[in-house]
Write a protein that binds this ligand. Structure first.
Ligand code: MG
Length: 390
């Protein structure tokens, strides 16, 4: 069996979902997904060209080949790694389909058949903590046992978004920001309201998008301790491991990070210095299924659980769930498309998430078949559908 083509279709979801199809001369294909970003689809084509004529089952060698050939262009981190991730996931799907086995089998089999997901809720309809609580209750009523809100954006006490024509302006707030007294009171009130609304047994996480200085990150994390968050995500950027570690070691609120780190190399020091209590790699971004497994195994040797960050379509999500099922130290995986009502329709056979869990099938590969009609209807302007007109 030889690889003949690597093609893409970019689907216009809440993020541009970069689907990757690897085709072979045996007629078997694999479908993967890469995290979104400028140039990722083009990089998939560029990396895919390197694989034409190769045996698709030598996945480790093919990934190594792409990394080596593109090393001068940045195959250590960033969009090149992301593009390789999408191809890698397609190769695992292809291998599964060629052998009639689900992806999880190739990673050692399953610790669990159902993978818990958490719903990313972003924010309340208004800044009133009661609005956050109401949204949390609605999510739990749908069957979710885990959820996450953003604590920093929008934040009525940090920045007046009402007068800002640029909705994303808060993202350019400087790092190392100070938390004011009113802002801290508001953040605590939000968390308190959400915890009261969902009760003690639902996992509640909060995200702060790398905003604060070390001391205020610790103030915030300590102020949230009574509410037993499953984690506080990115109160500081993880780039300076010592600073990240100072926050993590100063609070019993578990600090989580990792969505912007790449490959095992990007996580190694974070794990070894115990600078995070929970690790959140984005699988279709950081290197793919095998690279995630390497990070998970290394984290497990430090007794650190994994909570994959995820903004993918059903393809990337369920592929990630297969490897998540195969690690002992899995906690929960993100679902970021609650507001996209056709997310589950992108694949045949009904939505992959039911009652807050992904039930893995025994079908070959990731087990999903793209619903072509739905996919073609949502191809992003300027992109093809795997080489065809949409
Ligand atoms: Mg985050």
């Amino acid at each position: 069996m030889k690889i003949t083509k690597v093609r893409t279709a970019v689907i216009d979801g809440n993020f541009p979902w970069v689907l990757v199809r690897v085709e072979t001369d045996a007629g078997v294909t694999g479908l993967g997904e890469a995290y979104w970003g400028a140039g990722v689809a083009e990089l998939v084509h560029r990396a895919g060209e390197l694989l034409i004529g190769d045996d698709p089952t030598n996945i480790g060698k093919l990934v190594f080949l792409m990394e080596r050939c593109l090393s001068g262009e940045g195959a250590q981190a960033g969009a090149t790694v992301t593009a390789i991730s999408g191809i890698e996931i397609a190769l695992w799907d292809l291998l599964g389909r060629a052998h009639g086995l689900p992806i999880s089998t190739f990673f050692g089999g399953r610790f669990r058949d159902k993978v818990r997901v958490y719903a990313d809720c972003h924010a309340g309809e208004t800044p009133d903590p009661a609005s956050y609580a109401e949204k949390a209750k609605a999510i739990v009523a749908e069957g979710f046992t885990a959820l996450k809100f953003d604590l920093d954006t929008p934040n009525p006490h940090a920045f007046d978004v009402s007068e800002d024509p640029h909705a994303r302006r808060q993202w350019v707030e400087p790092y190392s920001r100070v938390i004011g007294a009113a802002e801290l009171r508001w953040m605590v009130a939000v968390v308190k309201a959400v915890r009261a609304a969902v009760g003690p047994d639902v996992m509640v996480a909060m995200d702060a998008h790398w905003k604060f200085n070390v001391n205020d990150a610790i103030r915030l994390a300590q102020a949230l301790e009574p509410f037993e968050l499953v984690w506080l995500e990115d109160p500081v950027p993880p780039i300076n491991i010592e600073a990240q570690r100072a926050v993590t070691q100063a609070t019993r609120t578990p600090i989580c990070t990792g969505e912007n780190l790449y490959r095992l190399e990007g996580f190694r020091e974070l794990i070894e210095k115990q600078a995070a209590r929970i690790i959140a790699p984005d699988i279709p971004k950081m290197g793919g299924l095998m690279e995630f497994k390497k990070v998970a195994d290394h984290a497990n040797s430090y007794y650190i659980p994994m909570a994959p960050h995820n903004v993918a379509s059903p393809i990337g999500t369920v592929a990630g769930a297969h490897v998540s099922a195969a690690i002992p130290n899995f906690l929960v995986m993100e679902y970021h498309a609650h507001d996209v009502d056709w997310w589950g329709d992108l694949v045949e056979g009904g939505p992959p998430i039911v009652d807050g869990f992904i039930a893995l099938s025994d079908k070959p590969g990731h087990g999903l078949t793209l619903n072509e009609g739905v996919a073609r209807a949502h191809v992003k302007k300027g992109h093809s559908f795997f080489g065809d007109e949409p």
